[in-house]
Design a protein around this ligand. Structure first.
Ligand code: URA
Length: 239
C-alpha cells in the first residue's frame, strides 16, 4: 500500500505537493469515490482518477548512466539531437534525467520516473556533492585553486565553498587536470568557475555524485541503482 499523493506523483502526473493540493480540492477519485484525505493508502489494484482521467501507474525505476559527451540531458530535443533517454529504448517508464550535464560534458547522470526522488536530490538545501574532472587551458596556481574553494564571484553570485585539487599538468601543452567538488548545481557552473579565473575548460566529466561513481561503466552504458543506494540517496535529504 502506498500513499495516494505518492502514487500520483510516481505516475508522472505532477509533483507530490501538487498532488496533495489536487486531493484536497476534490479532484482525485479512488475507485469512483472522491478522496480528500491526504495520506490515504492505495493498493496497485485501486483505480485512481485525476480530473476524471485514469492515471497510468508506473513502477518507480532508477538508473545511473555514463552520459557520453555530445548528448542532450533531456527526454527530447527540438533539433533532433541525441538525448539521454535514447539510450534506454527498452524502458517503458517515462524516465527523465535528475538535473543535467551540458551537451559537451560527459559523466554520471541519474535518471528516474520518480518525481519526488528527483526533487529531493535537486534541492539546493541537500548539498549533494558532485565531483568533476576538468581539463583546463593553462595551469592554475595553488592560490587560484584556493580561490575556487573559497568561492568565486560569478554573474549570478558567489559560489559556495568547494574543493579543488590539481591532479596533473602538462607543461608543454600548458594544460592541467583538476578535480573540483561542488554541491551547487548552477547552469554551466564548473565551466564558469574556471572561466572566471582565466582557465577555459577544454573537457569536463562528472565522475562522482554523492557516494556514487562510474565504476564498471563505459560511455553510453547504465545500470539500475540498488535498493540500498536508493535508500542512501533518500537519506541525504534527512541528514
Ligand atoms: N558544470 C558545468 O559547467 N557543466 C556541467 O555539465 C556540469 C557542471
Amino acid at each position: 500500500m502506498e500513499r495516494l499523493q505518492k502514487v500520483i506523483a510516481q505516475a508522472g502526473v505532477t509533483s507530490r505537493r501538487k498532488a496533495e493540493k489536487l486531493i484536497e480540492e476534490g479532484q482525485v477519485k479512488v475507485n469512483g469515490q472522491v478522496i480528500r484525505e491526504l495520506g490515504t493508502k492505495v493498493s496497485p489494484s485501486d483505480e485512481i482518477e485525476v480530473n476524471g482521467v485514469p492515471i497510468d501507474k508506473e513502477e518507480p525505476i532508477y538508473f545511473l548512466m555514463y552520459k557520453p559527451s555530445g548528448v542532450i540531458s533531456s527526454v527530447k530535443d527540438e533539433k533532433g539531437r541525441k538525448v539521454v533517454t535514447d539510450y534506454f529504448p527498452e524502458v517503458e517508464q517515462r524516465i527523465f534525467p535528475i538535473g543535467r550535464l551540458d551537451y559537451d560534458t560527459s559523466g554520471l547522470l541519474l535518471l528516474t520516473n520518480d518525481g519526488d526522488f528527483a526533487n529531493i536530490l535537486m534541492h539546493p538545501k541537500y548539498n549533494v556533492d558532485k565531483r568533476y574532472i576538468a581539463k583546463v587551458k593553462g595551469i592554475p596556481s595553488k592560490l587560484e585553486l584556493r580561490t575556487l574553494e573559497k568561492g568565486i564571484q560569478l554573474e549570478d553570485g558567489k559560489t559556495a565553498p568547494a574543493k579543488a585539487k590539481l591532479k596533473s599538468l602538462d607543461k608543454k601543452k600548458q594544460t592541467a587536470i583538476i578535480e573540483l567538488i561542488i554541491h551547487e548545481g548552477r547552469n554551466r557552473q564548473v565551466r564558469r568557475m574556471f572561466e572566471a579565473l582565466g582557465y577555459p575548460v577544454q573537457k569536463l566529466k562528472r565522475e562522482g555524485y554523492a557516494f556514487l561513481d562510474l565504476h564498471g561503466l563505459n560511455p553510453g552504458e547504465s545500470r539500475t541503482l540498488t535498493p540500498h543506494e536508493i535508500k542512501q540517496l533518500r537519506n541525504l535529504a534527512v541528514t
